[in-house]
Design a protein around this ligand. Structure first.
Ligand SMILES: *[C@@H]1O[C@H](CO)[C@@H](O)[C@H](O)[C@H]1NC(C)=O
Ligand SMILES: *[C@@H]1O[C@H](CO)[C@@H](O)[C@H](O)[C@H]1NC(C)=O
Length: 428
């Protein structure tokens, strides 16, 4: 007997993985929602994206001069069962969640619970181990703390246990001295801020609870860091359209064709952060599970609606005030809208500007942007506000694309249509 060739095995694997997707029923294109008459170009572009099959589950919302002018959604919560995406559908926003974490810290700073320039160890003495005594809150928020990954591989059990997480972070040895370099702390960002919030909050809440009670509830925002089980039915499933896309999507596998020999062996920092992410980063199937949705992973698994994120950012555009309530005062708002120098990020291998936890939008030549602040997320998500134009917007999608950080094709065309509409409005 002879063994089958590698080629034969590959073909079998391909057929086994692809055929179910090829046989999958496709449902009709559907989009819904409303736009102000000046923004009809945005509705057209949103529809085209769905018609071209680039999206089959997404939402886009815009606030302009205090009014909701775009509120669009379309496609399906689940492309296999045909469950439709509805007005109140929520989806996972990946790193857009980091903007919510930054906002929680801004609220804590605003109330005098913490100070951006204070050392983390001031609130959390055990953190000073391994030479981490000089790391400030600001270093953590701006990805300069030198702890872009944990030494242990993450599991659900660890992620659920904040004392275990505290111990991991306390004993971590920084990869660079605080403030001397910057590298996207793509999971540890959230866990570090969570630990600080638990210590400085007079009620010692977790970051997810703090966000819910201090921001989401008072301002009527549909966004959760840890979704209550009774709301899981409103969460859209992330799609893995086909195996090839899924493979090319996974940042770890992407690194196969990116740059270096080191990354080929998964020894580069980006690959390592994903490997150490373990259960948290590995597979979309887990991300669609109940256990994952209920967990608080504050840098990564915030789940909400585009409308709510745009609304929240509109409150910031409006000076931090909403219906007589204060989200953050103008003095703290300055901290979220004053960004540092552009730095080279050692993990994402690109330049970035950080603004006490928020991110300044990467430059897009075609859009006249000066000060767009917010956050982008994996798969194409993006949510920003623009103080110069009195504008805020959010795009959320479950059809994940490999281009993140503000360069996703669908997101850019929606953004361009939004700015075109504003230009028309200014000079009709
Ligand atoms: C912390 O800062 C102080 C004062 O600037 C300095 O003397 C000390 O070496 C720093 N410690 C570490 C671990 O970097
Ligand atoms: C926050 O803003 C104030 C001005 O309101 C400024 O003095 C302070 O340096 C800022 N802090 C940080 C960490 O950006």
């Amino acid at each position: 007997m002879h063994l089958p060739s590698a080629g034969f095995i590959l073909v079998c694997v391909f057929i086994a993985l692809e055929v179910p997707y090829m046989l999958q029923t496709t449902y009709p294109v559907r989009t819904d929602g409303k736009v102000d008459k000046w923004f009809d170009e945005v509705a057209r572009v949103f529809r085209e994206i769905h018609e071209e099959g680039l999206d089959s589950g997404s939402a886009f919302a815009v606030y302009y001069k205090g009014n909701k002018v775009v509120d669009l959604w379309g496609g399906y919560e689940n492309v296999e069962t045909g469950k439709q995406w509805k007005q109140n559908t929520m989806s996972m926003t990946f790193s857009v969640t980091k903007a919510m974490v930054a906002l929680c810290m801004a609220v804590a700073v605003d109330r005098g619970y913490a100070d951006y320039n204070q050392r983390v160890a001031h609130y959390w003495p055990e953190f000073s181990q391994q030479g981490k005594g000089n790391i400030t809150i600001k270093h953590v928020l701006n990805h300069e703390a030198g702890i872009p990954m944990t030494t242990e591989r993450m599991t659900f059990d660890i992620a659920k246990d904040h004392s275990h997480l505290a111990h991991i972070l306390e004993t971590a040895k920084p990869m660079w001295p605080a403030g001397t370099s910057s590298g996207f702390h793509f999971l540890t960002y959230g866990w570090l801020v969570d630990q600080v919030i638990r210590r400085v909050d007079p009620m010692h809440r977790s970051l997810g609870q703090f966000f819910h009670q201090e921001i989401a509830q008072p301002f009527d925002i549909d966004f959760y860091i840890g979704v209550p089980v009774n709301l899981h039915q409103h969460v859209a499933d992330l799609q893995s359209t086909n195996t090839f896309e899924l493979f090319s999507l996974h940042p770890l596998l992407q690194s196969l064709w990116s740059r270096t020999w080191k990354s080929l062996r998964y020894e580069d920092m980006a690959s390592q952060t994903i490997i150490k992410g373990g259960d948290i980063t590995w597979t979309i199937y887990k991300m669609n599970g109940e256990e994952y949705r209920s967990l608080e992973i504050p840098a990564f698994n915030g789940i909400g609606s585009a409308r709510s994120i745009a609304k929240l950012f509109n409150i910031l555009v409006n000076g931090g005030q909403y219906e007589g309530k204060t989200l953050v005062s103008p003095k703290t708002l300055i901290n979220l809208t004053t960004c540092g120098e552009e730095t080279f990020d050692e993990i994402i291998l690109d330049t970035a500007k950080w603004c006490n936890g928020m991110m300044s939008h990467p430059v897009l030549q075609e859009i006249p942007m000066n000060r767009l602040i917010g956050h982008s997320g994996f798969g194409g998500q993006g949510a920003y506000f623009d103080l110069d134009n009195d504008l805020s917007f959010a795009y959320t999608t479950t059809t994940l694309s490999p281009s993140g950080f503000g360069r996703d094709k669908r997101y850019v065309s929606l953004l361009r249509a939004t700015y075109n509409s504003i230009e028309k409005l200014k000079s009709p």
